[in-house]
Design a protein around this ligand. Sequence first.
Ligand SMILES: [Zn+2]
Length: 599
Amino acid sequence: MADLPFHDRGDFEDADRGFLAKLSPAVIKTVDGRVVWDNDSYDFLQEDCPGTAHPSLWRHGRLCAKQGLYEVTEGVYQVRGLDLSNMTLAEGDHGVVVIDPLISTECAAAALKLYRAHRGDRPVTGVVYTHAHADHYGGVRGVTSGGVPILAPAGFMRHAVTENVYAGPAMTRRAAYMYGPALPRSPEGQIGAGQGLTASTGTMSLIPPTVEIARTGQEETIDGVRMIFQLTPGAEAPAEMNFLLPGRRALCLAENATHNQHNVLPLRGAATRDARAWARYLGEALSMFAGLADVAFASHHWPTWGAERIERFLSQQRDMYAYLHDQTLRLLNKGLTAAEIAETVRMPPELEQVWHTHGYSGSVSHNVKAIYQRYLGWFDGNPAHLWEHPPRESAIRYVECMGGGAAVVAYARRYIDENDLRFAAQLLNHAVFADEGNKEARDLLAEVYTRLGHGAENATWRNFYLMGALELSDGIAPALMETASADFFHALTVEQIFDSIAIRVDGPRAWHERLNIDWHLIDLGERHRTTLSNGVLIQQFDPPGESAELTLRLTKAQLVGLLSGKGVEGIEREGDTTVLQRLVAVLDRPVPDFAIVTA
Ligand SMILES: [Zn+2]
């Protein structure tokens, strides 16, 4: 910790530069008074770093807590600190183009209002979604109801929906650990989430884009605002893009280069990102745009000014992802496993000496494991790990071998005394999984998780540890985060809707069931057939031959209604109507509050 470059105050200068106005109080509510954002609850971050937080993370939290309207350069403004992400506003001939309208409509509306209070009542003449993550589009209905050009990278809609729908319930549950909304905001509790302070909890929306950015070099002009795009699919998101505003000499880096080491794989879970491609795109951004921009900004954190500083920032970010990638491959080709590589790789000293390579959301440890996973998967090649007992069954046997729960707790205390909290956590986790009623083990594990959390530089690690401690003490915390909105379900394609049903089929319950249904989507003019056999629901577009046992004629909205539990009233049916009931009878429901730190 002594090596941290605290003398470098450049980030504080950049984070304050161009400040125009705060939102005061910085509390945003729904129309019925529910608080969806409260930046003021982080005021404690202005105090000195306490013993319950890593100084590097505390510093980063303090930077993220800065909020208000900022001028980035003439005609380009940002509202920061009013959600997890930033909203950028690029002024045009008649109005303003909104880049990334935050997560919640309430926050986006408040951000736009703050901007207008200082820059006049300019109409929103266009929207840009830099990528397909909800913190970059969810608030769109807070700034427009549509009817203006909405630009997004190719594949946006597919990825906006699929990245969160199929594994959505599990990701949502794990996201509650990653962001820690149930944790108190305090020096002992939640102090940030890496890319910002936390996610807002208001109304999410989605208006489909109208202009697709399909290639690097593509140019578009909206309301006189010219943009030159660089596509970066597979880096931070499966559909993402950087772009230059040549008229303003400003470079938007989306979420590809922010002031921290990002996630190659976020702890909530996702498809693994490609660190190699990520580094290549940052190199390409350098060659395309360096020298053409006097300021680089992103949809998280604060901008970087000056051509030379932008070039250094981008090349260091590029080198960081390239280093992680290449060293992981070098070491796995020598036979090291993911956990061993994670223990071995250290950032080069020159990179470690700059703040923006530090992992507040990603970390060297879990990014290296993600790169290993991308190339080699979960199996490390050791047959001992090929067919292990699952966690509870293993735990019961370990505890038995060690002489019972009380003995495991005694061993754990020994490792705690030696400050090996990592192994103490492993031992105590066995004790709790073997016997959830072992209160001494639970309490001690909660204590160990708390200490690990307080020592973590990475905000998402801290939140995971502290959520683990909280749930060991108080039981499972109720979900506070919303993921799917009505817009979101309507944005699903028919294929995705049937996919969503297929992944709810309880296989064994459906083993002996056989049925088929034809779905005539009257508003789309499409016919789909779903067939259940061998415990799987297969879908077929435009099926040939005879009609199915049951034919339903309905609109897509009615199909979405069926999915969200509405009945079949108003839907024209032909054939055996019990078929639909038989299908519904084999559908399972996800568990939104499954156990994580207990078996
Ligand atoms: Zn984001």
